[in-house]
Design a protein around this ligand. Structure first.
Ligand SMILES: Nc1ncnc2c1ncn2[C@@H]1O[C@H](COP(=O)(O)OP(=O)(O)OP(=O)(O)O)[C@@H](O)[C@H]1O
Length: 456
């Protein structure tokens, strides 16, 4: 047999008695007013009316359990992203999209090309009630522009009955962060973020103004990448090891980040390799274009607003504006500023961060960038070799095994420097396998003749 108290306890997650009572309050209040009215008072002894009023107050206090509210801000005072905020955003999306959950009165829904499921999102000032862990947890989202500030202050308020603080802080919130990690790795959509320089179109904002993104649709994978097979395997193993080694990084006191320098002529696949890495790891890419007005301060803010499990890409590092190590310019960032942010604050507050620098010209790079410990792995993207060519031919022409023209192509590739991008162009031409491969032979012969003419 249920006692009255047990019955309330079992219903507690689903009803907020405080709120329920608030809505019923006018009726109870009316009853008390009647009890206290001169007419009724005249006809019942004062001891009885006092008793009724005190019972009413006691009863009232049972329902108005004090509430605790945890504020989860998007960023702290130094603009560092709050992991709880990101995890809460993702968790609430899942919660709202769950068909069994009670939906808030207003919510957003959207679907992007490439996404299989719709995404639901909480909207400002709207409440989402979570009863999944047996406590009534009320989430509310706020977004407001701070006075005199450009930035929008975004935060969640999580309210629950007093007494559940430990459970919420030690179990519920950490579970949400873990859930976030899981959906991150299950989610096949990789986003390509670029700096928001005011352009609009098919790009989307997350909640951060610094970046806009598109869904990465690059078809490349490690398997399709034409590069030295040993180097490719080494790179894949390096990425796997990096992901596995959280404890190692903690034990040796190093930040859990890894730097890659990709170098080689234009068209050898540096951008393709970055896309393949992102898809392999399921990490988003932040493409930091160094051109435009950037100061050390804005650079710092931009980098701090990138999230964990991401690849920060700085392409053509040798061409970045004012990348002169010895020059310090007002209104422009400096190389030392860039390196400080990357090596310093930003790198010590993130997890699973990858930084990729690319250059067409390794010799032109500032030695500060090449200092040991800065870029952990140097990857040379070379001109097309016969192995690379066979892989491209298998991808583009579906050739399995050998072909009679391969020997001739191999001989030509030994004498001309041609990029995989240029070969890919020729392989895209129409015709059967033999016609296209013959086209490759002619293209390489032309290049060899051209090279010979220039050397004379
Ligand atoms: N190694 C490669 N394997 C497979 N495809 C490649 C490779 N290199 C180039 N390609 C093809 O050429 C196109 C251009 O290559 P990509 O942009 O990756 O080269 P890049 O080295 O980054 O050039 P840049 O230095 O000009 O940015 C790719 O989209 C792809 O189709």
């Amino acid at each position: 047999m249920f006692t009255f108290r047990e019955m309330f306890a079992s219903l507690a997650p689903f009803f907020n008695f405080r709120e329920m009572f608030t809505s019923l309050a006018p009726f109870f209040t009316a009853a008390v007013v009647i009890v206290l009215s001169p007419f009724v008072k005249e006809h019942i002894p004062s001891a009885v009316s006092n008793y009724l009023v005190s019972m009413y107050e006691k009863w009232l206090s049972r329902f108005s359990t004090p509430q605790v509210t945890v504020v989860i801000e998007e960023k702290d005072n130094v603009e560092i992203s709050n992991q709880f905020y990101e995890a809460a955003t993702a968790y609430l999306r899942t919660l709202i999209s769950n068909s069994n959950s009670t939906k808030p009165k207003r919510f957003k829904v959207y679907k992007e090309e490439g996404q299989t499921e719709s995404t639901f999102d909480i909207v400002e000032d709207e409440e989402v009630i979570d009863t999944s862990v047996g406590i009534r947890l009320k989430w509310k989202f706020f977004a407001a522009r701070k006075e005199g500030h450009h930035d929008i202050h975004r935060y969640f308020e999580l309210s629950f009955d007093k007494g559940f603080e430990n459970r919420v802080l030690e179990s519920y919130l950490p579970d949400i962060v873990e859930h976030y990690g899981r959906i991150q790795s299950d989610n096949n959509v990789v986003k390509l973020y670029t700096r928001d320089t005011g352009s609009r179109g098919s790009v989307r904002h997350d909640r951060d103004e610094n970046w806009v993104y598109v869904i990465l649709k690059h078809p490349i994978t490690f398997e399709k990448l034409a590069m030295d097979p040993k180097q490719k395997e080494m790179l894949r193993e390096d990425l796997d090891r990096f992901l596995r080694r959280k404890d190692f990084y903690e034990d040796v006191g190093k930040t859990w980040k890894r730097g890659y320098l990709l170098y080689g002529p234009p068209g050898t696949g540096k951008s393709s390799l970055i896309a393949a890495m992102a898809k392999y790891l399921k990490f988003n890419i932040y493409d930091l274009n160094l051109s435009g007005r950037l100061t050390d301060e804005s650079l710092r803010s931009i980098l701090l607003s990138t999230t964990d499990r991401s690849i920060l890409v700085i392409e053509d590092i040798d061409c970045g504006a004012d990348l002169d190590h010895h020059r310090r310019q007002y209104d422009s960032f400096t190389l030392s500023g860039l390196l400080n942010v990357i090596d310093g604050l930003w790198s010590s507050c993130g997890e699973k961060r990858i930084i990729v620098f690319t250059t067409n010209n390794k010799d032109k790079l500032d030695p500060a960038l090449l200092r040991p410990g800065r870029m952990d792995v140097h990857v040379h993207m070379s001109y097309c070799t016969i192995d690379g060519f066979k892989l491209l031919a298998a991808n583009y022409l579906k050739i399995e095994g050998d072909h009679q023209l391969y020997r001739q192509i191999e001989g030509l590739l030994e004498n001309v420097e041609v990029t995989p991008a240029a070969i890919a162009e020729v392989l895209l031409k129409s015709g059967g396998i033999d016609v296209v491969l013959q086209g490759v032979v002619e293209f390489l012969e032309q290049m060899a003749a051209e090279a010979q003419r220039q050397s004379v």
